[in-house]
Design a protein. Structure first.
Ligand code: PGA
Length: 246
């Protein structure tokens, strides 16, 4: 069965009581067997995920991590800590981290290798800025980001990666890329990587537009910010993702 991947990126939202409420409501919802649903809450909520989702088909992950196992890195969280909390996935190199916390292609590469080493599936975020798009640099930016993220990995490791194509101008702006535009970039990512890699789109995805994205054979799911924070909008989005499938 071909599965689609829907990843909720809550960013810095939700206390633990609000997390419990969300997860308990989501567990009541029927999720088709061909949808893999991943929740990425703040680190503080990961123990709640472990408690509530053990034995569920819904899985979870973190929004970031350090590449080292342990050490003098104040404020950081290691892959081993995420593994011990039952995480399956970790978002790496989100554009907000690249922009606000000086993450580079090189730190992304180190984190990707560390995540794989600890059995976590890295969700590698790539995407161009508005300025880069306007200067026709999208393909060059994606090529650089993807190549460095995969640098030094065995083909069998590359095969385990998830890439999230997230044009920076589409994130939180209400201006999603067109499905055709996204599909062109997805095709490039596929050419640069391997047939087994999962490639999803992110940037202003909602219940109204998800069906159009999922009509593109090269789009295998979505990374969802704003529309994933409330259980109702997330449920509508998951339901909408199957409606228009051809
Ligand atoms: P958005 O965020 O869905 O709110 O645009 C997506 C993301 O940042 O991953």
């Amino acid at each position: 069965m071909i599965k689609s991947l829907f990843i909720a990126n809550w960013k810095m939202h939700k206390t633990n009581p609000a997390t419990t409420q969300f997860v308990r409501a989501l567990k009541q919802i029927f999720l088709p067997a061909d949808q893999v649903v991943v929740i990425c809450p703040p680190y503080t909520a990961l123990p709640i995920m472990q408690q509530e989702l053990t034995g569920s088909t819904i899985v979870y992950g973190a929004q970031n991590m350090h590449w080292a196992n342990e050490g003098a890195y104040t404020g950081e969280i290691s892959p081993e800590m995420l593994q011990a909390l039952g995480c399956s996935y970790v978002i790496i190199g989100h554009s907000e981290r690249r922009r606000d916390y000086n993450e580079t292609d090189e730190t992304v590469q180190r984190k990707v290798a560390a995540a794989l080493h600890h059995g976590l599936v890295p969700i590698v975020c790539v995407g161009e800025s508005l300025d880069e798009r306007n200067h026709d640099e999208t393909m060059a930016v994606i090529q650089r980001q993807v190549s460095i993220a995969c640098h030094g990995l065995l083909p069998t490791d590359v095969a385990r990666l998830v890439f999230a194509y997230e044009p920076i101008w589409a994130i939180g702006s209400g201006q999603a890329a067109t499905p055709e535009y996204a599909a062109t970039v997805h095709t490039l990512i596929r050419q640069l990587t391997r047939p087994e890699v999962t490639i999803i789109y992110g940037g202003s995805v909602n219940a109204d537009n998800i069906g159009q994205f999922m009509q593109q054979p090269s789009i295998q799911g979505a990374l969802i910010g704003g529309a994933s924070v409330e259980v109702e909008s997330f449920q509508q989005l998951l339901a909408g993702s199957t409606i228009n499938r051809i």
